[in-house]
Design a protein around this ligand. Structure first.
Ligand code: ADP
Length: 509
């Protein structure tokens, strides 16, 4: 049932074919029903008019028989009537298609009306209202009814025609009824119904087949376009649709191919541009290295002899050194980033314990100098990962330095946690925090929340840290609330197979 619902949701072809079949069944059923009704009433009408005229001649014959009768003796009269019924039923062809009922004389002294009939007919076969009308008034009347013989299991539809006949000799009145069977008409109607049913069924099947074929013709190219678009989205930019003919589908394919070609050229152009930019940054950084080293050496000389310089020149020498140090760190950050961009950054993996790194970080002279208290959480159990110690150290120092420099918090919490798949190292402070927008932007290159308070930072530290984490297959995430501090969480996956040792601490589980 669920797979049917899924098919209905996902396949236009299934929907088109199903709705076509349902609608055509509806139309064919309605048309068939109207047709059958027309045929049935046509058959019944023609049979009825034939029956009425046949009955009329019978009534005339009966009347002429009664006109000729002069006997008044009841027994002889009764015999004559029976003979009349016999001759009326016998005189018409080999197979009789009707039965006769003769009631009368209608007014007898004892209230009993003698009834003669050509066969043992169920009393219900003669409609009461018709019988009453015929008994009470002159004229010919008819009704549709069901003709059932006593003892027979089934009944046939019939038309009953009745009229009064009068015996002038005795002055008695009789009611004579013809009950014509509509069995032949019913058989014809059954035949037509069967033919309509079979024809309708075949028609629905054919219409369903046609809908399937037509929808396939339209949908096949659409499905092809979808497959090609999927491959295109997964990076295979060479994919194109096959264009055949000049119809709408061919035009769609042409437009699709044009769009793909234009996207491909745009992507290539942007890729080239980005490669050029990366090359430019890398080249400029490299080119600046040599003159910077020379300038830095000269500045060292000036800085070393600053006591012999006049105060203004000494201050300039100090400023020069600070700015050159900053320049140097900016250059080395840029070179690092260009190595990441060029995919040239390599890992030198060692087995390291994040808990031990956390303990060392707590004793870092940087923290001691700043007078900030460090709280260690979860650092008493080993959290072993395979990582490049130089890069992990760089991330940890950057996070610590940021917490000390930017947060304004006097307590920092370093928390180590792990589960079976990964271990994490988090630095939490309780200072200025980060707003919702800043949570997302801290990792952008050159982004600083408040450049005026950036304290010499380049805005590249967290961008490099995130690249370092990604190089390990890990993540670096940040969250914070303004005025309530922030937390930076480094997560590194554990080496395969290490999960056999059950985790001691697990905040993720
Ligand atoms: P930088 O290399 O200049 O230190 P980062 O990329 O390390 O730059 O940090 C970018 C910016 O993120 C900082 O300028 C600072 O505004 C903000 N930031 C980083 N860490 C914190 C923190 N713990 N609390 C508040 N702001 C922070």
């Amino acid at each position: 049932m669920r797979s049917l619902a899924r098919l209905w949701r996902r396949s236009i072809q299934a929907r088109v074919v199903t709705s076509t079949i349902v609608l055509s069944t509806l139309v064919i059923t309605l048309t068939g029903w109207a047709l059958l009704r027309d045929v049935a009433s046509g058959l019944a009408d023609s049979r009825r008019s034939a029956a009425v005229s046949e009955a009329r001649s019978g009534f005339d014959y009966a009347q002429s028989q009664l006109d000729a009768a002069v006997e008044t003796d009841a027994a002889t009269q009764s015999q004559a009537l029976t003979q009349m019924v016999d001759s009326l039923t016998r005189s018409r062809g080999a197979k009789r298609t009707y039965e006769l009922v003769l009631e009368g004389p209608l007014l007898t002294d004892d209230g009993q009306v003698p009834i003669r009939s050509s066969a043992a007919i169920e009393p219900g076969s003669l409609p009461d209202d018709l019988a009453d009308t015929v008994r009470s008034s002159a004229g010919t009347y008819w009704r549709y009814s069901d003709l059932a013989l006593l003892g027979a299991a089934t009944s046939d539809p019939s038309v009953v025609v009745g009229s009064q006949v009068r015996a002038p000799g005795s002055g008695d009145t009789y009611a004579l009824f013809y009950l014509f069977s509509l069995e032949d008409q019913q058989a014809t109607l059954d035949l037509v119904r069967r033919a309509l049913l079979l024809g309708g069924f075949a028609m629905v099947l054919m219409v369903g087949g046609v809908a399937w074929l037509v929808s396939r013709q339209v949908l096949d190219p659409v499905r092809l376009a979808r497959r090609i678009a999927e491959r295109y989205a997964s990076g295979n930019l060479e994919q194109r649709m096959h264009v055949r003919g000049e119809d709408d589908i061919a035009r769609l394919s042409t437009s699709f191919n044009q769009m793909a070609a234009s996207l491909q050229s745009q992507i290539r152009r942007l890729e080239n541009l980005s490669r050029l930019q990366q090359r430019f940054v890398s080249d400029v950084s490299h080119e600046l290295r040599t003159p910077l080293t020379t300038v830095q050496m000269a500045s060292e000389v000036l800085y070393a002899s600053r006591e012999r310089l006049d105060p203004q020149a000494a201050r300039s020498a100090e400023l020069l050194k600070v700015e050159l140090d900053r320049f140097e760190s900016l250059l080395s950050d840029l070179l690092d980033l260009s190595r990441f961009d060029a995919g040239a950054a390599r890992l030198e993996l060692d087995t390291i314990d994040l808990a031990q790194i956390a303990r060392q970080a707590a004793d870092d002279p940087l923290v001691a100098r700043s007078g900030v208290t460090v709280r260690l959480v979860g650092a008493d159990r080993p959290a072993i990962v395979e990582a490049d110690i130089r890069r992990i150290d760089r991330i940890v120092r950057n996070l610590l330095a940021n917490a000390v420099k930017y947060s304004g918090s006097d307590v920092i919490e370093i928390e180590v946690a792990q589960n079976t798949d990964s271990a994490s190292f988090a630095v939490r402070d309780f200072g200025v925090g980060l707003s919702g927008d800043e949570n997302l932007r801290v990792f952008d290159r050159f982004w600083r929340a408040d450049p005026a308070r950036a304290q010499g930072g380049t805005g590249l530290g967290l961008a490099i840290s995130r690249e370092d984490a990604a190089l390990h297959g890990g993540t670096l995430q940040a969250w914070g609330r303004p005025g309530r501090g922030s937390e930076f969480i480094l997560t590194i996956p554990k080496p395969e197979g290490s999960s056999k040792n059950p985790p001691l601490v697990s905040v993720f589980a």
